[in-house]
Design a protein around this ligand. Structure first.
Ligand SMILES: Nc1ncnc2c1ncn2[C@@H]1O[C@H](COP(=O)(O)OP(=O)(O)OP(=O)(O)O)[C@@H](O)[C@H]1O
Ligand SMILES: [Mg+2]
Length: 389
């Protein structure tokens, strides 16, 4: 089955990381990028992620992505989706970055998120279960900001309000501001915090059965369940409310209650910046009890669910970017994952060795050799290699 799916058709890099110049066309649905350590595999996916989301998944500062010694970097990508055909471009300079869609400057970088939707799976994601709640919030937010423009706006607004509210609390703590001025921010805080929590609650409600099903397919035995735990949920409560009105009341009440302590500490102590996503296997916390292999399966199921949820929100499958993760999975998990992705999405896979990838993948995909910032189709690379001795 090849339903609706976003497809990258071509990619051009200029002075991006270790690529001086790269022009790559990507016909077809499966592409395997093979190469040793430090050759440019992750950099390639980072470039795609950059035009998809407006930011890198790993660079602390955008400037780091400019090739050392070069004045600026550029990533240009052509894709086709339900929106039609479009060209995305990001230019990085030491003074900042600019994005263009079809040659037109995009005023707000966040708008880029409305074009190329992508699901990225990197080895770091394997900490999703064991890591802190921040990783799980990032998991939720990452898919929601791409799939729901309204969520993106609410989250951006909330973060702005949170920063301003924190600044004010800090000033009050130093005896500079008045507690009365806090009220203006509180109203806005309640509104945007509630919207964020509401969207997250609905998303997890949809994600949980998708993850459970994927988990069933990959692992068989135990039942995976995802539960959203907004910060205000009591220990004894099982389910997060999904009604916006109820959420608003809870946020308001928590804010009232926290106020004396917030004033003393000089910072916000409540809000969706403290939410978590609980994962259980047969009703027991995966974070506390799952074995290593079980954790991997849970993460895998979460990633498949992400792909499916985004497809249901968007009406088409996002591009799937797998950075060196398949080789970390055993053959059973590899096969299950590949089965889900194949035929539905355009998938770009990187790996250090072809032999660690499932044979079916190698046969059906196009393989490329990545070497020192250059990419060649595998056949050519082999030919050149043998000529060169
Ligand atoms: N701004 C930059 N300019 C030039 N080279 C850079 C820049 N940033 C990173 N590099 C280099 O790019 C190289 C390739 O990095 P990349 O992360 O893509 O490797 P990789 O192929 O994914 O390797 P691994 O298999 O170890 O993950 C690294 O050796 C790094 O030093
Ligand atoms: Mg890498």
């Amino acid at each position: 089955m090849w339903g609706e799916a976003v497809r990258i058709e071509g990619l051009e890099l200029i002075s991006f990381r270790n690529y001086t110049r790269l022009a790559l066309s990507l016909p077809g649905s499966l592409h395997l990028f093979l190469g040793g350590n430090g050759q440019g595999k992750t950099n390639l996916l980072e470039a795609i992620y950059l035009v998809a989301t407006g930011r890198s998944m790993r660079a602390g500062r955008d400037e780091e992505m400019i090739r050392w010694g070069a004045p600026q970097a550029e990533v240009r990508l052509e894709a086709e989706s339900l929106r039609g055909r479009y060209e995305l471009q990001v230019v990085l300079t030491p003074r900042g970055k600019r994005a263009y869609v079809n040659g037109n400057w995009v005023r707000r970088l966040g708008e880029l998120l409305e074009y190329l939707s992508a699901v990225l799976f990197v080895p770091d994601d394997l900490h999703l279960v064991k890591g802190g709640p921040e990783a799980r919030r990032r998991y939720l937010d990452g898919q929601l900001v791409q799939a729901l423009p309204a969520y993106r706006e609410a989250l951006a607004k909330f973060q702005r309000i949170l920063r301003q509210r924190n600044r004010l609390l800090d000033r009050i703590g130093q005896g500079e501001g008045s507690a009365g001025s806090l009220e203006v921010w509180d109203a806005a805080f309640v509104e945007e915090a509630s919207r964020v929590i509401h969207r997250r609650a609905l998303a997890v409600e949809a994600l949980s059965p998708l993850a459970a099903e994927a988990h069933q397919r990959v692992a068989g035995s135990k039942e995976l369940s995802l539960r959203y735990r907004p910060y205000f949920l009591e220990e004894t409560e099982d389910e997060a409310p999904t009604s916006l009105d109820v959420i608003r009341e809870r946020v308001e009440a928590s804010l009232r209650e926290a106020r004396p302590l917030e004033l003393r500490r000089g910072t916000s102590l409540v809000g969706p910046q403290r939410d978590d996503l609980e994962m259980t296997l047969d009703g027991r916390s995966a974070r506390r009890f799952a074995s290593q292999g079980e954790q991997r399966t849970v993460v895998l199921a979460c990633k498949i669910a992400e792909l499916e949820l985004m497809a249901s929100y968007l009406g088409e499958y996002p591009v799937l970017l797998l950075d060196d993760v398949l080789s970390e999975l055993d053959p059973v998990r590899q096969a299950a994952f590949v089965e889900v992705a194949m035929g539905r999405t355009q998938t770009l896979v990187t790996s250090t060795e072809a032999t660690s990838l499932p044979a079916g993948l190698r046969e059906q995909g196009r393989s490329y050799r990545v070497r020192a910032g250059q990419i060649q189709p595998e056949e050519e690379a082999l030919r050149d290699g043998s000529v060169g001795g």
